[in-house]
Design a protein around this ligand. Structure first.
Ligand code: PLP
Length: 370
């Protein structure tokens, strides 16, 4: 007998597959290949298998064990290491990644040496920092010099192309100007090496709004997309809609463990909460408060959870508890009830990683019991 366990992360694989297919088709119309990024869902095997079922030819992650699963189970898929490799993980990386994103000469040299010893070659995408100020060459001369070294000097490296990342740290939006710069750098490199680059990678989910507007400059032919396939949480922030996608592929299900009327303002001398923060508490009188058994350790900032019942408000919580305001709900919730939430990227990253959150799956229709 299987006992249902909570908290749960319920994953609708049919919807994930639809989103994968839709993203590939939408980008494909503009000559853009999608590398599916699986790190946001912790590379859960069922999710990886679903990306493959949805038709990706390339998958990426920042974590080597996730790439190892892909190589082992889907050897036909081209694997891409997203985070700049550590010097200490090069051997492990070469076993599972066909291509890596890079920005440091010493690392490239070390990869080349390791490849030479193994008698293999490795694909390289050089990252360019166009202002977001996370990874990538900032100095154009250095970029061009290293590109030529990869092309001519380090013979076990194959220069696949260049790429950029925008929006992850510096909150810079991809646009015609910064991505246009990437295209012109690609052209400069192509002139110097006398051939076309295979990959000009124009970013991640944050570039999707530009795809929908038809504003991605010609020459960008590759994006690395995870969040935009999993969730629709960026639409609110970036002011666009992608209605062909499901926004409810992932659901957090948590159990109600307390329900009581209490004041909304804590009583006594206020110092700091469990995480050293000093929150503001607003007194709106007595409220019907519910506790569900899921916390910061499972979902990160729980106030970013989106209750399926629109009349419930998430007030806050601690490591293992989330506090809800149930006062305005039409439903008369009882202890033991299971409450459902949708989430932003942070919630997905935490819940998919937590061993305390049980993963359950709604299978792809054709694979389900009919
Ligand atoms: C995480 C990551 C991506 C994918 O980001 P999403 O927001 O999930 O689409 C792409 N490129 C790099 C370098 C990343 O680290």
């Amino acid at each position: 007998m299987t006992i249902e366990q909570y908290p749960q992360l319920q994953i609708d694989l049919e919807k994930v597959k639809h989103n994968v297919e839709t993203m590939i088709a939408t980008c494909g119309k503009q000559g853009i290949t999608v590398s599916g990024v699986v790190k946001g869902a912790n590379g859960i095997p069922e999710v990886i298998d679903t990306f493959v079922a949805g038709g990706v030819t390339t998958l990426s992650s920042s974590r080597l064990p996730q790439l190892a699963y892909i190589k082992e189970n889907h050897p036909e898929i081209t694997t891409l290491m997203l985070r700049l490799p550590m010097l200490t993980e090069i051997d492990d990386m070469l076993a599972v990644a066909d291509i890596s994103l890079n920005s440091e000469e010493v690392v490239l040299k070390a990869i080349n040496n390791a490849c030479h010893e193994k008698g293999i070659t490795h694909g390289v995408v050089l990252m360019v920092d166009l202002g977001d100020l996370r990874e990538g060459f900032f100095d154009e001369t250095e970029l061009l010099k290293v590109a030529e070294k990869v092309e001519y000097q380090w013979t076990n490296l194959e220069l696949k192309g260049i790429g950029t990342n925008l929006g992850c740290y510096g909150s810079i939006e991809p646009d015609e100007v910064n991505l246009g710069k990437l295209v012109s750098l690609a052209q400069t490199i192509e002139k110097r090496i006398g051939r076309k680059l295979e990959i000009v990678s124009g970013g991640a989910t944050t570039t999707v709004p530009l795809v929908l507007k038809g504003g991605v400059p010609e020459g960008i032919n590759h994006l690395r997309i995870g969040d935009g396939i999993f969730l629709r949480d960026m639409e609110y922030y970036f002011d666009y809609t992608f209605d062909e996608l499901y926004g409810d592929c992932f659901t957090i299900i948590a159990e109600l463990i307390e329900k009581k009327e209490k004041p909304s303002h804590p009583i006594g001398t206020i110092s700091v909460d469990a995480f050293g923060n000093k929150p503001e508490y607003v007194d709106i009188g007595n409220r019907l408060r519910g506790l569900v058994a899921i916390g910061r350790q499972d979902v990160g900032d729980m106030t970013k959870l989106i209750p399926e019942d629109p009349d419930i408000k998430v007030i806050g919580g601690s490591s293992d508890h989330t506090i809800l305001d149930l006062t305005d709900s039409q439903k008369d919730y009882q202890i033991g009830d299971k409450l459902r939430f949708h989430m932003e990227y942070e919630g997905l990253v935490f819940s998919s990683n937590s061993e305390y959150v049980h993963k359950t799956f709604i299978p792809i229709a054709s694979e389900g019991i009919s």
